[in-house]
Ligand binder design. Sequence first.
Ligand code: PLP
Length: 377
Amino acid sequence: MSQIPFNKPYLTGKEIDYIYQAVQSGKISGDGMFTKKCHGFFEKKYSFNKCLLTSSCTDALEMAAILLNIKPGDEVIMPSYTFVSTATAFVLRGANIIFCDSRTDHPGMDEDQIESLITERTKAIVPVHYGGVACDMDKIMDIAGRHGLYVVEDAAQCIESYYTGKDGIRKPLGSIGHMSAFSFHETKNIQSGEGGMLVVNDPQFAERAEIIREKGTNRSKFFRGEVDKYGWCDIGSSFLPSDIIAAFLYAQLENVEDIQRKRISIWNKYQELLLPFKDRFSLPVIPSYATNNAHMFYLVCNNLAERTEIIEHLKKNGISSVYHYLSLHKSPFYESKYHGEQLPETDRYTDCLFRLPMFYELTDADISRVVTTLISQ
Ligand SMILES: *Cc1c(COP(=O)(O)O)cnc(C)c1O
C-alpha cells in the first residue's frame, strides 16, 4: 500500500538554476538580484505599494508590531484559531492579545464580534484569512476606521486570493490592511522552505520598514545612493533573507498560475466527491466576497472522538490527514493571561476540523482513494 503524505513541497525544476545564478552573481546576502525580481513581481502583479521579503511570515508580523509602535499594555484583537506567530509577534512587544471567536460557518474570526472587544487600549486588529479565504474586509476596515485602529492582515496562506468589497472592486488579499504578512514556508502554496514577506500598503510605514528590516540602519537608502553613508537610525533586526532564498522563491513565483490551476482542480475534485456526504462532514464555505486559492481542503466533523477515529482510520490505510490549530486562548502559555469570554466556535474547530492531503502532485487516483477511505469509515 503506497502512502499518501499530507503535504509534499512542490518544485518547479528552476530553483537550482536560479540559485546557481545567484551564487555566480557574487552577491548572495539580502536584497540582491533575485530579491529585487521577487519584489518587482509582487508589486506588478498585485499592485502592492511596497514589498519586503523577510525570512518568514513570523518576521514580517514582528516587523509590523514594531512599525505600529506596540507597547506593553496595548491590546491587539485577533482570532484564537490561528498559528502561534500571529500572537507572539505582538506579545514580544508587550501586547495583550484579545482573542475573537471564529465564525459558525468558517474558522475565520467573527467580524461581528470585533467591535465589542475594542477598549481605549486597542491598537490593532489582525485578521487571519484562514485557508486563503478572505475575512469580510469591508466590515473590518470600517470598524478600524471608526476607532482609529490599524489592520495587519495575516495573509500567510493567501497568495493569489482576492476579496471583492461592496464597491465591486476585486482586491488581492494582503493589499487591504495597513500592512500584511505572507508566508513562503514549505507548507504554503508558493514556498522557499522558510520565507515570508511584509507588504506595506500605508506609505507612512514604508521608509521605517526598510530601516527596521536592516538592523535599524538606513543601509537600503545607502545602496540606492540616496545617502552617502549609512548608520544606526532606529531599533530593528535582521529580517531580510539571503538572495539564495529569493532565487528559489522566484522560480516558484514564475509558476504561480500553473501551481494554482493544479491546486484548484484538486480542491474542486475533493469538493465534488464529498458533496454527497455533506451531512456527515461540513465542507469548506467560501463567502461570496472571497475567492478560493486552494491552500487547504478541510472538513469539520461532529466531535473530537469522531475526528480521532477518522484520522486513525486514514492513517491505517496509508493516508496522512491532520488536525490544525489549538485554541490559543487555552494554550499553556496564554491560558492564565486570558481574561475574556469563552470561545465556543474556536474550541469546536480545535476539536473537529481536519485537513486532507493537498499538494501539487496529488493524482485523481489519490483523491479518489482518500475520499473512498474516508467515507468507508
Ligand atoms: C504559516 C503561517 C504563519 C507563519 O509563517 P512562517 O513563514 O512559518 O513564519 C503565520 N500565520 C499563519 C496563519 C500561517 O498559516
